[in-house]
Design a protein around this ligand. Structure first.
Ligand code: GLA
Length: 496
C-alpha cells in the first residue's frame, strides 16, 4: 500500500506511451475467435489505410483471442503457423512497414478464455519476452482461468515482465473491472477494462453499451494521460445499431476519453460508418492532450448533459444525450458547464460542422430518441485540432553485404494532422554507437533520417528502438513518444 504522502507512480510517466487514448482495431467484437488469421489481420491493416482511418489516428492492430500460439515442451511460445504462416514477427513486420502498430493478446491465467491458447500464469517473463521478440507494441491481457489469482498482483508481475523484456508496450489490462484497476493500475499499465464485454461477437447490443457507459462514467476521476478507463472496444458499424445510435455511441466514447479500438469489419463499411469513425472533430475531443474524461453534470428527464472536459485550447466539450425513447428538448445553461451566465460563447456542432454564436446564457437542443448533440464551446471561434501523428513506416531494415565500414541511410516520415506544426521531434540520445538519427522539418511533416555506420561491427544482426519525444505546441503538454525499430544485418548472416 502507498503511504499517504507518496504520489502514485504512473507507468506512462516513463515510457510516454498512450498519453492520449489508444486508437486502433481489434477483431473480437465482430469476428470472435475462429475467423481470425494472418490474412484477416493483413486485410484489416490495409483497410485501416484505404478507409482513411489511419490518417484519423487509428494505429494499433492485431489478433485478439484467436489461435496464434501454443506452448512447446520447453515452455516457450511458438506461433501457430497454420493460421499465421509468416509467424507472429512476420505479421508485426507487415504492420510496422505500413506505419501501423502491432497489438497482441494473451491472458493472466493458465489459459485464454476458450482455452485455445496458453495463458501467462507462471510464464510471465518468458511470454513477455516472446511478445517483445515478435515486436508487439500493445498487449491486451485477459482475466480468464485465473482461479485464486489476485488482479493487482498478477497484472503487476506482468507489468514487470514487460519492463524486463525491454520493449515499449502499451499494456491493456482486461479484468472487466475485477479488482478495481482504476485504483492501482496506472502504475502498471496504460488502460484497464472497467466492465464486462460490450457484446457477443457479431452483434452490437445497445443495452449493454449503455450499461458499460453508466459504469465507466462514474470513474472519470481515475483517467488521465497514459492511464485510461476502458469501457470496451467500439461497436460502431456493427449489425444491431441504427445510424443515430452509431453516432451517439461514438460521441459517448469520445467524451469519456475512452480508447477507440474499432471492432467492426473495416473491409465493408458503409459511407456513414466511415464518416462516424473518422470524424476528426469528434476524435479531437477524444485525443485532446489534457486527457480529461467528461462526465454527467446534470440530468433532465431521460436527457444527460455531459461536461467537465476542458480542452487544450481553453474550449470545452459538451455532450447532450437523449437516452430515452421520446424526443427531448434540453436547455444547457452556461453555469451547467462551469461558465458564467453572462459569458459570450461560440458553439461548434461536431456532427454538422457548423459554428453558431457568440451567445450568452446557454443553448437549447432538440433531440430524437438515442440522439446526441456533441458540441465544442469556446470564447473564440478558432476551434483548433490537436495533433494526430501519422507515420509512413515504423520499421527500417538495413543490410550491409560485407563487414567493411559502410554508411547506410533510411528515413521515416511523420506527418501531423492537426492545426499546428510541431516543434522538432527530440531523439533520445541513448542509441547504440552504430546508429545516428537526425530530424528535419517541412511544415507539418518531419523526416527522421537514420544513418548506420558498420565500421568496427562484427558480422551479425543488430537491433535498436529509436524513441523521439515532442510537446503539443498550444498547451505545451507532452505528447506520446514516437518509437520505431531499426534492424541491421552485417555480413550476410541469415535472420533467425
Ligand atoms: C474476454 C474479453 C474480450 C475478448 C474475449 C476473448 O471476454 O473481455 O474482449 O478478448 O475475452 O475470448
Amino acid at each position: 500500500m502507498r503511504g499517504q504522502n507518496q504520489a502514485p507512480k504512473i507507468r506512462a510517466a516513463e515510457d510516454s506511451l498512450a498519453l492520449t487514448p489508444p486508437m486502433g482495431w481489434y477483431p473480437w467484437n465482430e469476428f470472435g475467435q475462429d475467423p481470425q488469421n494472418e490474412r484477416l489481420i493483413k486485410e484489416i491493416a490495409d483497410a485501416l489505410i484505404s478507409s482513411g482511418m489511419k490518417d484519423a489516428g487509428y494505429v494499433y492492430v492485431g489478433p485478439d483471442e484467436g489461435r496464434c500460439f501454443s506452448r512447446g515442451a520447453d515452455g516457450k511460445l511458438t506461433p501457430t503457423l497454420a493460421g499465421y504462416p509468416s509467424g507472429l514477427r512476420g505479421l508485426g513486420d507487415y504492420i510496422h512497414q505500413r506505419g501501423l502498430k502491432y497489438a497482441l493478446y494473451t491472458d493472466a491465467g493458465t489459459h485464454t478464455c476458450s482455452n485455445a491458447m496458453p495463458g501467462t500464469k507462471d510464464h510471465e517473463f518468458e511470454d513477455m519476452a516472446a511478445f517483445a521478440r515478435w515486436r508487439a507494441d500493445y498487449v491486451k491481457i485477459d482475466w480468464c482461468n485465473t482461479e485464486g489469482q489476485d488482479p493487482a498482483q498478477s497484472y503487476t508481475k506482468l507489468g514487470h515482465a514487460q519492463l524486463a523484456a525491454g520493449r515499449p508496450i502499451v499494456f491493456s489490462l482486461c479484468s472487466w473491472g475485477e479488482g478495481g484497476p482504476w485504483k492501482w493500475a496506472a502504475s502498471v499499465g496504460h488502460l484497464w477494462r472497467t466492465t464486462g464485454d460490450i457484446c457477443a461477437p457479431g452483434k452490437a447490443d445497445w443495452g449493454a453499451a449503455m450499461r458499460n457507459t453508466a459504469a465507466n462514467e462514474k470513474l472519470y476521476a481515475a483517467a488521465g494521460p497514459g492511464h485510461w478507463n476502458d469501457p470496451d472496444m467500439l461497436i460502431t458499424g456493427m449489425d444491431g445499431l441504427s445510424e443515430t445510435q452509431n453516432r451517439s455511441f461514438f460521441s459517448l466514447w469520445c467524451m469519456m476519453a475512452a480508447p477507440l479500438m474499432a471492432g467492426n469489419d473495416l473491409r465493408k463499411m458503409t459511407a456513414s460508418t466511415i464518416e462516424i469513425l473518422t470524424n476528426r472533430e469528434a476524435i479531437a475531443i477524444n485525443q485532446d492532450p489534457l486527457g480529461i474524461q467528461g462526465h454527467i453534470v446534470r440530468r433532465e428527464g431521460q436527457a444527460e448533459i455531459w461536461a467537465g472536459k476542458p480542452l487544450f485550447d481553453g474550449s470545452q466539450a459538451v455532450l447532450v444525450f437523449n437516452s430515452g425513447t421520446a424526443p427531448a428538448q434540453v436547455r444547457v445553461t452556461w453555469p451547467d458547464i462551469g461558465s458564467a451566465e453572462s459569458a459570450s460563447l461560440y458553439i461548434r456542432n461536431l456532427w454538422t460542422h457548423q459554428t453558431t454564436g457568440p451567445q450568452r446564457g446557454g443553448i437549447t437542443v432538440s433531440l430524437p430518441p438515442t440522439d446526441v448533440a456533441l458540441l465544442r464551446i469556446s470564447k473564440s471561434n478558432a476551434f483548433p485540432a490537436p495533433p494526430v501523428i501519422v507515420a509512413d513506416s515504423y520499421w527500417l531494415s538495413f543490410r550491409a553485404p560485407g563487414p567493411g565500414p559502410q554508411k547506410l541511410t533510411g528515413a521515416i516520415t511523420v506527418k501531423t494532422n492537426g492545426s499546428d506544426e510541431l516543434p522538432l521531434w527530440k531523439v533520445r540520445p541513448s542509441l547504440p554507437s552504430w546508429l545516428t538519427v537526425s530530424v528535419t522539418k517541412h511544415g507539418k511533416s518531419q523526416t527522421l533520417t537514420s544513418t548506420v555506420s558498420t565500421g568496427g561491427l562484427a558480422k551479425g544482426l543488430y537491433h535498436a528502438v529509436v524513441r523521439a519525444d515532442n510537446i503539443e505546441p498550444v498547451s505545451r503538454q507532452p505528447m506520446s513518444a514516437l518509437y520505431y525499430d531499426v534492424d541491421l544485418e552485417v555480413g550476410g548472416s541469415a535472420r533467425n
